[in-house]
Design a protein around this ligand. Structure first.
Ligand code: SF4
Length: 394
């Protein structure tokens, strides 16, 4: 069955779905790809001019047929973003807690088969990093670990959140996928958001990139946002690693996933990230390239399709790209990032997960945002008491 006609029955089907996997299995990668590449200028114009946009419109906006409409898309995305979010850009810092990992991922510097000194921050080291980030002005922090259940399992994460909670208004994690009960425990400690990237929705090729470890279980990872929604998380972040497979098809499946989640877990907020495969030690080269223009098209397509989503851009991207994209649809950026455990204050020289491109200081990024007439937002709302003294608890 053609994907377009499948989309027509999506709304009916989704009402009866209990897991995203049931929706996902209705679609074939090849059909999706064929339908995206068959989109025409008329489809793009319909997507730009209609009042209510669906998945079929998103497909048109990410298709090659939309490339000549980039300027129009950028203007529309800019208007929609300003209407919904105002002239604000949220800032956050990733805080890498550990590079231990039991998985082999062919694109990651922390992969089990990559010989590097493994490090997991102690409580004392964590607080050194916190002190540095607080001095920079951050109030939103993203805790990142590899996937090593024995070293950085739920107990470690619970302790980390408990220690950091007095110092940050907003704590997110990007760690191994967990069971629903684990998420419930972490939410009770003050966890706000979980980022979990499927990396690629190309199920057949997924195994090539994830040959060993728990991450090689495609279905468990695919069901993670379901478990998060059931656990009552405030925000879920999705995305794919751009460069593994066709980025258009992968983003269509991400949109399908978000549509499902928004209908089933409507109280949860959602964000999308756009990580491009970056150089790191011992890694594969991107199989599929995406140009800067195409990445702008993709980001604008997301904004035009879904006005509510937070769109996040990390320091993987260049300063020039980030300076432009904050005016076109992005709402959240990191700054001054280090992608190695202890990278801010403890051990700045250790091996990073991937190399960053925008290496400006936090102050330089803040000044750039203000120079463009936007307001940098360090904290969008209060959840905790944040004025407590930073104690070097272990
Ligand atoms: S991507 Fe994540 S799971 Fe894979 S090797 Fe890197 S840290 Fe481990």
């Amino acid at each position: 069955m053609a994907v377009t006609s499948e989309i027509a029955i999506f709304a009916v089907h989704i009402a009866y779905s209990k897991m995203f996997r049931e929706v996902f299995e209705k679609y074939s990668w090849e059909d999706v790809l064929r339908d995206i590449y068959a989109k025409t200028a008329a489809d793009v114009e319909h997507a730009l001019n209609t009042r209510k946009r669906g998945l079929d419109d998103f497909m048109a906006l990410i298709s090659p047929a939309a490339a000549p409409y980039l300027e129009q898309m950028a203007q529309l995305s800019h208007r929609i973003t300003q209407k919904r979010f105002g002239k604000t850009i949220q800032l956050y810092a990733p805080l890498y807690l550990s590079n231990e990992c039991q998985n082999i991922c062919t694109y990651c510097g922390f992969s089990l088969d990559n010989k590097l000194r493994r490090k997991t921050l102690t409580g004392m080291e964590m607080m050194q990093e916190v002190e540095y980030l607080k001095q920079q002005g951050f109030d939103h922090v993203l805790l990142v670990t590899g996937e090593a259940n024995k070293t950085v399992g739920v107990d470690y994460l619970r302790n980390a959140i408990r220690m950091l909670r007095p110092h940050f208004a907003n704590i997110s994690i990007e760690v191994q996928p967990l069971d629903q009960e684990d998420y419930e425990q972490l939410i009770a400690e003050g966890l706000y958001a979980v980022l979990v990237y499927q990396e690629t929705y190309h199920k057949d090729n997924y195994k090539q990139y994830h040959p060993k470890g728990k991450k090689s279980n495609f279905d468990y990872r695919l069901a993670t946002p379901d478990r998060l929604g059931n656990a009552g998380i405030h925000k879920i972040g999705l995305g794919v690693l751009i460069g593994l497979e066709d980025w258009r098809a992968d983003n269509f499946f991400t949109a399908l996933h978000i549509s499902y989640l928004e209908r089933n877990f409507w109280q949860t907020k959602y964000s999308i990230s756009f990580p491009r495969l970056r150089p790191a030690e011992g890694l594969i080269e991107p199989k599929v390239a995406i140009s800067d223009k195409e990445l702008v098209q993709l980001i604008c397509a997301w904004r035009i399709y879904n006005e509510e989503l937070e769109l996040s851009i990390s320091t993987r991207e260049s300063a020039l790209f980030r300076d432009h994209i904050i005016q076109l649809g992005a709402t959240t950026i990191s700054a001054g990032s280090r992608t190695n455990p202890g990278g801010y204050a403890v051990e700045p020289e250790s091996l990073e997960q991937f190399s960053i491109d925008d290496d400006r200081t936090v102050a330089q990024v803040r000044d750039m945002i203000q120079h463009k007439g936007y307001k940098p937002v360090w904290k969008d709302w209060d959840r905790f008491e944040t004025n407590q003294h930073i104690s070097h608890a272990v």
